[in-house]
Ligand binder design. Structure first.
Ligand code: PRP
Length: 209
């Protein structure tokens, strides 16, 4: 191992808990003091920063964090490219087109109106499928858009489907699957590849430390 700790960005929210659980299971428990967003593991192998999910690619792109754990959906939206070192054993989900239950989807002619957090994905998806779409950007609570009349369709992640069900919405079509990956800033990887490869082995459940 290098003397210096590797820098790792973790996303706040759903993936944080699962990321921390895996790190702990692999001998690198991270404990954030109350309200603090920076921490190191006991062996000072990792220096961890807790950032907003959608900001994570920005931190890794600029090399502030050399590594990050992030959904492929968020990476795609960022427009940045990274080395994807491994798929994490959690967090995969489906990107879906959804609408009010029982809506007659065949009667659509011309443009469709879609609300989403994933505007880049939605734009590229509909363009590549020859569908004319007006895309409205939202930053959360996307399921409200069809309920309140902002847009009849949404493109959003569906995990358990309970948020859709709670709003009388249904999946019209599954557009893609997303996974959670460990990413590296390419320049950072070149400088630290030995320690990073050892970390990946550890995370995969190997014995290298
Ligand atoms: C995500 C996603 C859906 C919901 C799907 O939102 O955008 O709204 O989870 O999960 P489910 O199928 O298990 O119900 P998130 O919780 O990240 O909050 P947000 O609405 O603020 O984006």
């Amino acid at each position: 191992m290098n003397d210096t700790a590797l820098t790792l960005a973790l996303p706040k929210g759903r993936l944080q808990e699962q990321s921390e659980a895996l790190l702990a299971e692999r001998g690198m428990p991270i404990e954030f003091e109350k309200r603090k967003l920076l921490a190191t593991d006991a062996d000072r192998r990792l220096s961890v920063m807790l950032v907003k999910n959608s900001d994570l690619p920005t931190y890794v792109h600029h090399g502030i964090a050399g590594l990050g754990i992030c959904g492929t959906d968020v990476i795609y939206e960022s427009g940045y490219s990274f080395f994807e070192l491994m798929e994490m054993p959690f967090g995969s989900t489906r990107m879906c087109l959804a609408a009010a239950k029982g809506r007659d989807h065949e009667s659509n002619s011309g443009r469709i109106r879609v609300a989403t957090k994933f505007t880049r994905f939605a734009h590229d998806y509909f363009a590549s499928h020859g569908v004319a779409a007006d895309i409205i950007r939202l930053d959360g609570s996307v399921e409200l858009a069809p309920v309140l009349g902002l847009a009849p369709y949404i493109v959003d992640l569906v995990e358990t489907g309970s948020t859709l069900r709670a709003h009388d919405l249904e999946v019209v079509e599954e557009l893609s699957t997303t996974t959670v990956v460990l990413i590296a800033n390419p320049a950072y990887y070149k400088f630290h590849y030995r320690s990073i490869d050892a970390l990946v082995d550890t995370l995969r459940g190997g014995l290298t430390r």
